[in-house]
Write a new protein. Sequence first.
Length: 308
Amino acid sequence: MQESETKGPSYLQSHLSQLESEAIYVMREAAAQFERPALLFSGGKDSIVMVHLARKAFRPARFPFPLLHIDTGHNFPETIEYRDWLVDEVGCELLVRHVQDSIDQGRVQEEPGPNPSRNTLQTTTLLDALRELKVDAAFGGGRRDEEKARAKERFFSHRDPFGQWDPKQQRPELWNLFNGRKAVGEHFRVFPLSNWTEMDVWQYIAQEEIPLPSLYFAHRREVVDRDGVLLATGDHNRALDGEPVGVRLVRCRTIGDMTCTGVWESDARSLDDIIKEVAAARVTERGGRSDDKRSEAAMEDRKRQGYF
């Protein structure tokens, strides 16, 4: 058999099948070991894939745990529209907790200045929600290729009573044996996509024909160029004096707050186009996230605080 044949469709299907089986195994293990799991849902492609995997993992039973969305109030409108559609489609429970409530209660304080980001504020809202709902396992969509702070994670990632991550408290996972034992007040973050890459996610979405928010496909949008990052304009993101504004053909590679999620100039209007674009990219998908650029350890700091 020629080498080109070994890398053809059958190889890809086998590779994705192995990743799918592993993720489903992790989800079933978590469901077996924990009493009140929840799936953290952002509206991004990784959390969408996790919803798809969970449906497969527990079918024909009903969806086994709620989706928990921490709403910063600075979302793309398309994200909320897709979230509500997906909940109706899947028939699952949606739990929403709002950063604005945390601000009103004095739990966190809005950043000063124009176009403040609420990305760091959502940590407090998330941890409060996990305690309120008594969630003992929160599914997250972290991947090892996504950001260096995420590459240190285990499938079952222990969190202390303050929701913080401590590398000394992480358990070995030899032979895919997962230790979910915890003390009162502690919880775990569970990452079924730990061995996936961005390319794997896109190829899996194409193979499974998973519907996505329109944000992921090229569309014309008014954007502002802020320190080399293109940000979509809107109610929570207005151009400052002297900043260039214009309508461009763009798409999102990752979805978060409008105030910090950069969009990419692109003409990729289909999944095949996106896969080709990702294959040729030399910048990671979070390379356009302005919140990650506040310091070299920005994500590491938020991780220790309980952000993911």
